[in-house]
Design a protein. Structure first.
Length: 443
Protein backbone atom coordinates (compact mmCIF):
# COMPACT_ATOMS: atom_id res chain seq x y z
CA UNK A 1 0.00 0.00 0.00
CA UNK A 2 1.26 3.49 -0.87
CA UNK A 3 0.51 6.49 1.35
CA UNK A 4 1.34 10.16 0.81
CA UNK A 5 1.56 12.44 3.86
CA UNK A 6 1.73 16.06 2.74
CA UNK A 7 1.42 19.62 3.99
CA UNK A 8 2.95 19.05 7.42
CA UNK A 9 6.10 20.17 9.20
CA UNK A 10 8.62 17.35 9.49
CA UNK A 11 10.63 17.22 12.74
CA UNK A 12 13.76 15.11 12.35
CA UNK A 13 17.46 15.15 13.26
CA UNK A 14 17.52 18.69 14.60
CA UNK A 15 15.49 20.25 11.80
CA UNK A 16 11.88 21.33 11.28
CA UNK A 17 10.77 21.90 7.70
CA UNK A 18 7.73 21.70 5.50
CA UNK A 19 7.69 18.54 3.46
CA UNK A 20 6.02 15.33 2.33
CA UNK A 21 6.61 11.67 3.09
CA UNK A 22 5.79 8.75 0.82
CA UNK A 23 5.24 5.35 2.41
CA UNK A 24 5.46 2.18 0.34
CA UNK A 25 4.45 -0.93 2.24
CA UNK A 26 6.18 -0.86 5.61
CA UNK A 27 8.93 1.63 4.77
CA UNK A 28 9.54 5.28 4.11
CA UNK A 29 10.12 5.41 0.36
CA UNK A 30 10.67 9.13 -0.16
CA UNK A 31 11.03 12.37 1.80
CA UNK A 32 10.50 15.56 -0.18
CA UNK A 33 11.30 18.94 1.28
CA UNK A 34 9.16 21.92 0.32
CA UNK A 35 5.55 22.95 -0.11
CA UNK A 36 4.81 20.89 -3.21
CA UNK A 37 3.85 17.25 -2.72
CA UNK A 38 5.31 14.64 -5.06
CA UNK A 39 2.96 13.61 -7.83
CA UNK A 40 1.82 10.03 -8.15
CA UNK A 41 -1.00 7.58 -7.64
CA UNK A 42 -1.39 6.72 -3.97
CA UNK A 43 -3.74 4.38 -2.19
CA UNK A 44 -4.18 6.96 0.57
CA UNK A 45 -3.37 10.64 1.01
CA UNK A 46 -3.09 12.30 4.42
CA UNK A 47 -3.28 16.08 4.67
CA UNK A 48 -1.06 17.11 7.59
CA UNK A 49 -1.43 20.86 7.08
CA UNK A 50 -0.95 22.68 10.36
CA UNK A 51 0.53 19.56 12.00
CA UNK A 52 3.97 18.27 12.92
CA UNK A 53 5.26 14.89 11.76
CA UNK A 54 7.72 13.15 14.11
CA UNK A 55 9.28 9.70 14.14
CA UNK A 56 7.21 7.26 16.17
CA UNK A 57 8.27 7.50 19.79
CA UNK A 58 10.44 4.73 21.26
CA UNK A 59 9.52 4.30 24.92
CA UNK A 60 12.54 2.56 26.40
CA UNK A 61 11.00 2.04 29.84
CA UNK A 62 7.59 0.44 30.39
CA UNK A 63 6.00 -2.12 32.69
CA UNK A 64 3.19 -3.81 30.76
CA UNK A 65 2.67 -6.30 33.63
CA UNK A 66 2.40 -9.47 31.57
CA UNK A 67 2.83 -12.28 32.46
CA UNK A 68 1.53 -12.69 35.98
CA UNK A 69 0.02 -9.28 36.71
CA UNK A 70 -2.59 -9.04 33.97
CA UNK A 71 -5.28 -7.79 36.35
CA UNK A 72 -3.38 -4.46 36.30
CA UNK A 73 -2.47 -4.33 32.61
CA UNK A 74 -1.46 -6.54 29.70
CA UNK A 75 0.46 -6.23 26.47
CA UNK A 76 -2.68 -5.74 24.36
CA UNK A 77 -4.19 -2.95 26.45
CA UNK A 78 -0.97 -1.04 27.08
CA UNK A 79 0.27 -1.27 23.49
CA UNK A 80 -3.10 0.17 22.45
CA UNK A 81 -2.57 3.03 24.91
CA UNK A 82 0.89 3.47 23.40
CA UNK A 83 -0.56 3.83 19.89
CA UNK A 84 -3.03 6.46 21.13
CA UNK A 85 -0.05 8.37 22.53
CA UNK A 86 2.15 8.22 19.41
CA UNK A 87 4.46 5.52 20.77
CA UNK A 88 5.31 2.94 18.10
CA UNK A 89 7.96 0.92 19.97
CA UNK A 90 8.47 -0.11 23.59
CA UNK A 91 11.04 -1.91 25.71
CA UNK A 92 9.38 -3.75 28.59
CA UNK A 93 11.00 -4.28 31.98
CA UNK A 94 11.67 -7.71 33.51
CA UNK A 95 9.89 -7.44 36.88
CA UNK A 96 6.84 -9.49 35.94
CA UNK A 97 5.74 -12.84 37.42
CA UNK A 98 7.86 -14.76 36.75
CA UNK A 99 10.65 -12.27 36.20
CA UNK A 100 12.32 -12.15 32.80
CA UNK A 101 15.55 -13.55 34.23
CA UNK A 102 15.87 -16.82 32.30
CA UNK A 103 16.07 -17.66 28.62
CA UNK A 104 12.75 -19.49 28.89
CA UNK A 105 10.82 -16.57 30.38
CA UNK A 106 12.33 -14.22 27.78
CA UNK A 107 11.14 -16.46 24.93
CA UNK A 108 7.68 -16.66 26.49
CA UNK A 109 7.42 -12.88 26.63
CA UNK A 110 8.36 -12.54 22.98
CA UNK A 111 5.64 -15.02 22.07
CA UNK A 112 3.06 -13.11 24.13
CA UNK A 113 3.99 -9.88 22.34
CA UNK A 114 3.91 -11.54 18.93
CA UNK A 115 0.33 -12.52 19.60
CA UNK A 116 -0.89 -9.40 21.39
CA UNK A 117 1.16 -6.24 20.79
CA UNK A 118 -0.26 -3.53 18.54
CA UNK A 119 3.11 -1.75 18.28
CA UNK A 120 6.75 -2.81 18.05
CA UNK A 121 8.28 -4.51 21.06
CA UNK A 122 11.31 -5.83 22.85
CA UNK A 123 12.26 -6.84 26.38
CA UNK A 124 15.10 -6.18 28.77
CA UNK A 125 16.73 -9.22 30.33
CA UNK A 126 16.68 -8.95 34.12
CA UNK A 127 19.86 -9.32 36.13
CA UNK A 128 19.85 -11.22 39.43
CA UNK A 129 22.54 -11.97 41.97
CA UNK A 130 23.41 -15.21 40.19
CA UNK A 131 22.33 -15.20 36.52
CA UNK A 132 25.07 -13.25 34.73
CA UNK A 133 26.35 -16.54 33.31
CA UNK A 134 23.24 -16.50 31.08
CA UNK A 135 24.21 -13.23 29.39
CA UNK A 136 26.45 -15.10 26.95
CA UNK A 137 23.47 -17.12 25.70
CA UNK A 138 21.36 -14.05 24.92
CA UNK A 139 20.77 -13.01 21.32
CA UNK A 140 22.07 -9.43 21.40
CA UNK A 141 20.10 -8.69 18.22
CA UNK A 142 16.79 -9.30 20.03
CA UNK A 143 17.14 -7.35 23.29
CA UNK A 144 18.06 -3.74 24.12
CA UNK A 145 20.20 -4.70 27.10
CA UNK A 146 20.31 -5.76 30.74
CA UNK A 147 18.05 -4.23 33.40
CA UNK A 148 19.60 -4.06 36.84
CA UNK A 149 17.73 -3.13 40.01
CA UNK A 150 20.35 -1.68 42.35
CA UNK A 151 17.45 -0.60 44.55
CA UNK A 152 14.46 -2.61 45.68
CA UNK A 153 11.30 -1.81 43.75
CA UNK A 154 8.20 -3.59 42.52
CA UNK A 155 9.08 -7.19 41.69
CA UNK A 156 11.73 -8.03 44.30
CA UNK A 157 14.66 -8.17 41.84
CA UNK A 158 17.21 -6.38 44.01
CA UNK A 159 20.87 -7.12 43.22
CA UNK A 160 22.82 -6.15 46.32
CA UNK A 161 25.99 -8.25 46.35
CA UNK A 162 29.14 -6.45 45.26
CA UNK A 163 30.60 -9.53 43.56
CA UNK A 164 27.36 -9.98 41.61
CA UNK A 165 27.39 -6.35 40.50
CA UNK A 166 30.98 -6.69 39.34
CA UNK A 167 30.12 -9.77 37.28
CA UNK A 168 27.10 -8.07 35.72
CA UNK A 169 29.01 -4.94 34.72
CA UNK A 170 32.07 -6.80 33.45
CA UNK A 171 30.14 -9.43 31.48
CA UNK A 172 27.83 -6.86 29.91
CA UNK A 173 30.84 -4.79 28.88
CA UNK A 174 32.51 -7.81 27.31
CA UNK A 175 29.36 -8.62 25.32
CA UNK A 176 28.62 -5.03 24.31
CA UNK A 177 25.25 -4.98 26.09
CA UNK A 178 24.06 -1.75 27.74
CA UNK A 179 23.12 -1.93 31.42
CA UNK A 180 20.09 0.12 32.46
CA UNK A 181 19.99 0.62 36.21
CA UNK A 182 17.40 1.49 38.82
CA UNK A 183 19.60 3.32 41.34
CA UNK A 184 18.50 3.63 44.96
CA UNK A 185 20.35 2.49 48.07
CA UNK A 186 18.02 0.00 49.74
CA UNK A 187 19.76 0.06 53.13
CA UNK A 188 19.23 3.81 53.40
CA UNK A 189 15.61 3.49 52.29
CA UNK A 190 14.92 0.78 54.87
CA UNK A 191 16.51 2.86 57.62
CA UNK A 192 14.51 5.93 56.57
CA UNK A 193 11.28 3.91 56.54
CA UNK A 194 11.94 2.52 59.99
CA UNK A 195 12.59 6.00 61.32
CA UNK A 196 9.40 7.33 59.72
CA UNK A 197 7.34 4.45 61.10
CA UNK A 198 8.68 5.07 64.59
CA UNK A 199 7.64 8.71 64.36
CA UNK A 200 4.46 8.54 62.26
CA UNK A 201 3.08 4.99 62.50
CA UNK A 202 3.09 1.89 60.29
CA UNK A 203 1.99 3.68 57.10
CA UNK A 204 3.64 7.12 57.03
CA UNK A 205 1.75 9.75 55.06
CA UNK A 206 2.60 10.09 51.40
CA UNK A 207 4.35 13.48 51.69
CA UNK A 208 7.23 11.64 53.37
CA UNK A 209 7.89 9.40 50.36
CA UNK A 210 10.67 11.63 48.92
CA UNK A 211 12.34 11.73 52.32
CA UNK A 212 12.22 7.94 52.69
CA UNK A 213 13.41 7.31 49.13
CA UNK A 214 15.76 10.18 49.59
CA UNK A 215 18.18 12.22 47.53
CA UNK A 216 21.08 10.55 49.35
CA UNK A 217 19.77 7.06 48.56
CA UNK A 218 19.59 7.94 44.86
CA UNK A 219 22.91 9.77 44.73
CA UNK A 220 24.95 7.09 46.48
CA UNK A 221 23.54 4.29 44.33
CA UNK A 222 24.08 6.25 41.11
CA UNK A 223 27.66 7.03 42.18
CA UNK A 224 28.21 3.31 42.72
CA UNK A 225 26.83 2.41 39.28
CA UNK A 226 28.96 5.07 37.57
CA UNK A 227 32.09 3.84 39.36
CA UNK A 228 31.43 0.25 38.22
CA UNK A 229 30.77 1.38 34.64
CA UNK A 230 34.01 3.33 34.55
CA UNK A 231 35.96 0.42 36.02
CA UNK A 232 34.72 -2.13 33.49
CA UNK A 233 34.00 0.09 30.47
CA UNK A 234 30.28 -0.73 30.58
CA UNK A 235 27.68 1.19 28.57
CA UNK A 236 25.57 2.51 31.48
CA UNK A 237 22.16 4.15 31.26
CA UNK A 238 20.71 5.26 34.60
CA UNK A 239 16.92 5.10 34.59
CA UNK A 240 14.47 7.72 35.92
CA UNK A 241 16.86 10.27 37.40
CA UNK A 242 15.15 12.34 40.10
CA UNK A 243 17.65 14.69 41.73
CA UNK A 244 19.63 17.75 40.73
CA UNK A 245 22.64 16.35 42.55
CA UNK A 246 22.86 13.21 40.42
CA UNK A 247 23.17 15.28 37.25
CA UNK A 248 26.84 15.89 38.05
CA UNK A 249 27.65 12.39 36.77
CA UNK A 250 26.31 12.96 33.27
CA UNK A 251 27.02 14.91 30.12
CA UNK A 252 30.77 14.33 29.85
CA UNK A 253 31.13 10.64 29.00
CA UNK A 254 29.22 9.27 25.99
CA UNK A 255 29.09 5.78 27.52
CA UNK A 256 27.41 6.98 30.74
CA UNK A 257 23.96 8.51 30.22
CA UNK A 258 20.74 9.20 32.08
CA UNK A 259 17.02 8.97 31.47
CA UNK A 260 14.31 11.25 32.83
CA UNK A 261 10.68 10.14 32.91
CA UNK A 262 7.48 12.12 32.58
CA UNK A 263 6.49 11.88 36.26
CA UNK A 264 9.64 13.61 37.48
CA UNK A 265 9.60 16.20 34.71
CA UNK A 266 5.98 17.17 35.33
CA UNK A 267 5.25 16.71 39.05
CA UNK A 268 7.03 17.87 42.20
CA UNK A 269 6.58 17.31 45.95
CA UNK A 270 3.91 20.01 46.21
CA UNK A 271 1.64 17.79 44.08
CA UNK A 272 1.40 15.20 46.86
CA UNK A 273 -1.03 17.61 48.55
CA UNK A 274 -3.63 17.20 45.80
CA UNK A 275 -2.74 13.89 44.14
CA UNK A 276 -1.43 11.89 47.08
CA UNK A 277 -0.39 8.33 46.28
CA UNK A 278 -1.47 8.68 42.64
CA UNK A 279 2.00 10.11 41.99
CA UNK A 280 3.83 7.71 44.29
CA UNK A 281 6.59 6.06 42.29
CA UNK A 282 10.10 4.69 42.80
CA UNK A 283 12.31 6.70 42.82
CA UNK A 284 10.06 9.31 44.38
CA UNK A 285 8.88 12.56 42.84
CA UNK A 286 11.07 15.12 44.61
CA UNK A 287 11.35 18.90 44.98
CA UNK A 288 10.55 21.66 42.50
CA UNK A 289 14.29 22.45 42.51
CA UNK A 290 15.03 18.90 41.36
CA UNK A 291 12.32 19.09 38.71
CA UNK A 292 13.69 22.34 37.30
CA UNK A 293 17.21 20.88 37.18
CA UNK A 294 15.93 17.83 35.29
CA UNK A 295 14.12 20.09 32.85
CA UNK A 296 17.32 22.03 32.23
CA UNK A 297 19.04 18.69 31.73
CA UNK A 298 16.84 18.04 28.71
CA UNK A 299 18.75 20.67 26.73
CA UNK A 300 22.17 20.92 28.38
CA UNK A 301 23.25 17.36 27.64
CA UNK A 302 22.75 15.92 31.12
CA UNK A 303 19.62 13.94 30.19
CA UNK A 304 19.94 11.73 27.10
CA UNK A 305 16.51 10.11 26.83
CA UNK A 306 12.94 10.56 28.05
CA UNK A 307 10.78 7.53 28.83
CA UNK A 308 7.66 6.98 30.87
CA UNK A 309 8.30 4.23 33.42
CA UNK A 310 4.67 3.43 32.58
CA UNK A 311 3.60 1.27 35.54
CA UNK A 312 -0.13 0.58 35.94
CA UNK A 313 -1.66 -0.60 39.20
CA UNK A 314 -5.27 -1.11 40.18
CA UNK A 315 -6.67 2.07 41.67
CA UNK A 316 -7.44 0.12 44.85
CA UNK A 317 -3.70 -0.57 45.18
CA UNK A 318 -2.90 3.14 45.10
CA UNK A 319 -4.62 3.83 48.41
CA UNK A 320 -2.68 4.51 51.60
CA UNK A 321 0.66 6.02 52.47
CA UNK A 322 4.35 5.33 51.98
CA UNK A 323 4.22 1.71 53.12
CA UNK A 324 0.86 0.55 51.78
CA UNK A 325 0.21 2.34 48.46
CA UNK A 326 1.74 0.75 45.35
CA UNK A 327 4.44 2.69 43.50
CA UNK A 328 3.98 3.51 39.83
CA UNK A 329 1.59 5.27 37.47
CA UNK A 330 0.29 4.85 33.90
CA UNK A 331 1.68 7.62 31.65
CA UNK A 332 2.33 6.23 28.18
CA UNK A 333 -0.79 7.60 26.51
CA UNK A 334 -0.05 11.17 27.60
CA UNK A 335 3.75 11.34 27.47
CA UNK A 336 4.17 13.00 24.09
CA UNK A 337 1.39 15.54 24.69
CA UNK A 338 2.98 16.39 28.06
CA UNK A 339 6.40 16.93 26.51
CA UNK A 340 4.85 19.16 23.86
CA UNK A 341 3.41 21.27 26.69
CA UNK A 342 6.94 21.71 28.02
CA UNK A 343 7.94 22.91 24.56
CA UNK A 344 5.13 25.49 24.67
CA UNK A 345 6.57 26.69 27.99
CA UNK A 346 9.93 27.27 26.29
CA UNK A 347 11.72 24.53 28.24
CA UNK A 348 12.82 22.72 25.07
CA UNK A 349 12.01 22.62 21.36
CA UNK A 350 9.97 20.11 19.41
CA UNK A 351 13.24 19.04 17.74
CA UNK A 352 14.63 18.33 21.23
CA UNK A 353 11.60 16.13 21.91
CA UNK A 354 12.29 14.09 18.77
CA UNK A 355 15.90 13.65 19.86
CA UNK A 356 15.10 12.64 23.45
CA UNK A 357 12.17 10.34 22.70
CA UNK A 358 13.04 8.94 19.25
CA UNK A 359 16.61 9.46 18.03
CA UNK A 360 18.55 8.92 21.26
CA UNK A 361 16.82 5.69 22.36
CA UNK A 362 17.46 4.32 18.88
CA UNK A 363 21.17 5.19 18.89
CA UNK A 364 21.80 4.22 22.53
CA UNK A 365 20.41 0.71 22.14
CA UNK A 366 21.33 0.21 18.49
CA UNK A 367 17.77 -0.06 17.19
CA UNK A 368 17.77 -1.05 13.53
CA UNK A 369 16.10 1.33 11.08
CA UNK A 370 13.71 3.03 13.50
CA UNK A 371 13.72 6.27 15.47
CA UNK A 372 14.40 8.57 12.50
CA UNK A 373 12.55 9.77 9.42
CA UNK A 374 14.88 8.35 6.79
CA UNK A 375 14.39 6.73 3.42
CA UNK A 376 14.39 2.95 3.81
CA UNK A 377 13.55 3.11 7.52
CA UNK A 378 10.38 1.62 8.98
CA UNK A 379 7.43 3.98 8.50
CA UNK A 380 6.88 4.60 12.22
CA UNK A 381 5.44 8.10 12.36
CA UNK A 382 3.22 10.25 14.55
CA UNK A 383 1.30 13.33 13.47
CA UNK A 384 0.55 15.84 16.24
CA UNK A 385 -1.34 19.12 16.27
CA UNK A 386 -2.63 21.73 18.71
CA UNK A 387 -5.80 22.72 16.91
CA UNK A 388 -8.26 22.07 19.73
CA UNK A 389 -8.11 21.46 23.49
CA UNK A 390 -9.18 18.17 25.03
CA UNK A 391 -9.53 16.90 28.57
CA UNK A 392 -8.38 13.63 30.11
CA UNK A 393 -11.35 11.67 31.42
CA UNK A 394 -11.72 8.05 32.48
CA UNK A 395 -13.36 7.28 29.14
CA UNK A 396 -10.30 8.57 27.27
CA UNK A 397 -7.87 6.30 29.11
CA UNK A 398 -6.86 3.18 27.20
CA UNK A 399 -4.70 1.56 29.90
CA UNK A 400 -6.45 -1.39 31.51
CA UNK A 401 -6.28 0.18 34.98
CA UNK A 402 -8.53 3.06 33.76
CA UNK A 403 -7.04 5.82 35.90
CA UNK A 404 -4.31 8.43 35.52
CA UNK A 405 -2.90 11.28 37.59
CA UNK A 406 -3.65 13.39 34.50
CA UNK A 407 -7.45 13.00 34.84
CA UNK A 408 -8.99 16.46 34.60
CA UNK A 409 -5.98 17.93 32.82
CA UNK A 410 -6.71 19.87 29.63
CA UNK A 411 -4.19 19.44 26.82
CA UNK A 412 -3.74 21.66 23.80
CA UNK A 413 -1.63 19.12 21.92
CA UNK A 414 -3.07 15.86 20.67
CA UNK A 415 -1.88 12.87 18.69
CA UNK A 416 -3.87 12.92 15.47
CA UNK A 417 -2.47 9.85 13.72
CA UNK A 418 0.00 7.06 14.48
CA UNK A 419 1.62 4.96 11.76
CA UNK A 420 3.41 1.76 12.73
CA UNK A 421 5.34 -0.10 10.03
CA UNK A 422 3.45 1.86 7.40
CA UNK A 423 0.02 1.03 8.80
CA UNK A 424 -2.31 3.73 10.08
CA UNK A 425 -3.15 2.16 13.43
CA UNK A 426 -4.63 5.22 15.16
CA UNK A 427 -6.58 7.87 13.29
CA UNK A 428 -8.42 10.71 15.07
CA UNK A 429 -9.88 8.52 17.81
CA UNK A 430 -10.34 5.43 15.63
CA UNK A 431 -8.09 2.49 16.43
CA UNK A 432 -7.29 -0.53 14.28
CA UNK A 433 -7.95 -3.44 16.64
CA UNK A 434 -6.33 -5.83 14.15
CA UNK A 435 -3.02 -3.97 14.11
CA UNK A 436 0.10 -5.80 15.21
CA UNK A 437 3.63 -4.66 15.84
CA UNK A 438 6.93 -6.27 15.01
CA UNK A 439 9.84 -7.51 17.08
CA UNK A 440 12.52 -4.84 17.20
CA UNK A 441 15.98 -5.77 16.00
CA UNK A 442 19.20 -4.36 17.44
CA UNK A 443 22.83 -3.85 16.46
Amino acid sequence: MSILIYGGTIVNEGRTYRGSIVIEGEQIARIKEGEDAPRGNYDKEVDATGCFILPGVIDEHVHFREPGLAEKADIESESRAAAYGGITSFFDMPNTKPGTCSLETLVEKFELARQKSHVNYSFFFGATNDNSVLFRDLDRHRIPGIKLFMGASTGNMLVDRQESLQRIFSTAAELGLPVMTHCEDTRQINANMQKARTEYGDDPEIRLHPMIRSEEACYDSTAHAVALARKYGTRLHVAHLTTARELEFFGQEPAITAEAVIAHLYFCDKDYETLGALIKCNPAVKTSHDREALRRGLVNGKIFTVGTDHAPHLLSEKQGGCARAASGMPMIQFSLSTMLELADEGILTIADIAALMCHHPATLFGVRERGFIRQGYAADLVIVCNDRPWKVTKDVIQSKCKWSPMIGHEYQWRVRQTFCNGHLIYNEGVFDENSSGQEIKFR
